[in-house]
Design a protein around this ligand. Structure first.
Ligand code: FES
Length: 283
């Protein structure tokens, strides 16, 4: 799904406005519709309702598949391997439900039911694999979430200002939490150095405008507050408050400022055009 250009639509498919991936909530609709159809198929005189639910499942599976494939295109190899089997099981289920719908339209109710039950079996396999990717392999989880509770609430000295070169992301640590520090003049920004998307060290990323861009899949995080300016990351990057006193840099856990969603979206749009403008200029 790399054919979908970077931008608002792609970010929406990744779930950036939601703050978590869009694919899991979308799959609830076809799974719910198909499971309900299977229950109805067990009872007499429910044929039309079951067919309608199967068709609802077929239609709503498409946006769910689009969101899932978009996420898949920006995952690590190990996730992509399992994701391929997950997608194959979904494709099989969709084919079986299409055949079931056609059989029902042609009045072949027995076949319609049998194909739908086969489809539901395939959905079960696919759901198991989806759960494996999400929970066992942490695909889609916020990889940096654990760090927030481990950051100090009090100011902690992390070194002299001169230890942080201008405009170059520098890796350090606060306790056992890896942190990346970016210095611009006497201004210092600090973020957790584990990309919220899939855990890349952001200190190996690139600075573009007011954002730090992840080296693995290109998520752009605003330095000032960790907001996602461009996916695939859907969760904001945890930031630290930083200050310079007497030539020394100290950090502490950010208190965080809450922006309303519209304000967030406006800021994202402005920052995204700045990030792509900087990238173009650098080519
Ligand atoms: S690890 Fe994927 S965008 Fe950072």
């Amino acid at each position: 799904m790399d054919r979908i250009p970077e931008g608002r639509f792609r970010d929406m498919l990744h779930g950036v406005p939601l703050g978590h991936p869009l694919h899991p909530p979308l799959v609830q609709v076809p799974i719910g519709a198909w499971t309900s159809a299977a229950l109805l198929d067990l009872f007499p005189r429910t044929h039309r309702a079951a067919t309608a639910l199967i068709n609802v499942g077929i239609v709503t599976a498409l946006p769910a598949a689009l969101a899932g494939t978009t996420d898949w295109s920006r995952q690590n190899r190990s996730h992509q391997r399992v994701g391929l089997v997950h997608a194959a099981a979904n494709g099989t289920a969709l084919g079986l439900y299409l055949a079931s719908s056609l059989a029902r339209i042609r009045g072949r109710r027995g076949w319609g039911r049998a194909l739908a039950f086969a489809g539901l079996t395939s959905v079960g396999v696919s759901s198991f694999l989806g759960g494996h990717i999400a929970y066992h392999m942490a695909g889609g989880a916020n990889q940096a979430a654990y760090a927030v509770g481990r950051l100090p609430g009090q100011w902690r000295d992390i070194g002299a200002l001169a230890e942080f070169p201008q405009g170059r992301p520098t890796a350090t640590a606060v306790g056992d939490v890896p942190v990346v520090v970016v210095r611009s003049g006497t201004e210092v920004s600090a973020l957790v150095n584990i990309c919220a998307h899939m855990g890349a060290p952001l200190s190996q990323g690139e600075l573009r405008g007011a954002c730090l861009v992840c080296p693995w899949h290109g998520s752009a995080f605003r330095l000032s507050d960790g907001e996602v300016v461009g996916g695939p990351a859907s969760a904001s990057q945890p930031t630290l408050q930083a200050r310079v006193r007497d030539g020394r840099v100290s950090v502490r856990r950010s208190r965080g400022g809450a922006m309303v969603p519209r304000q967030r979206q406006r800021e994202r749009d402005i920052e995204r055009s700045a990030v792509s403008g900087t990238a173009q200029a650098g080519k």
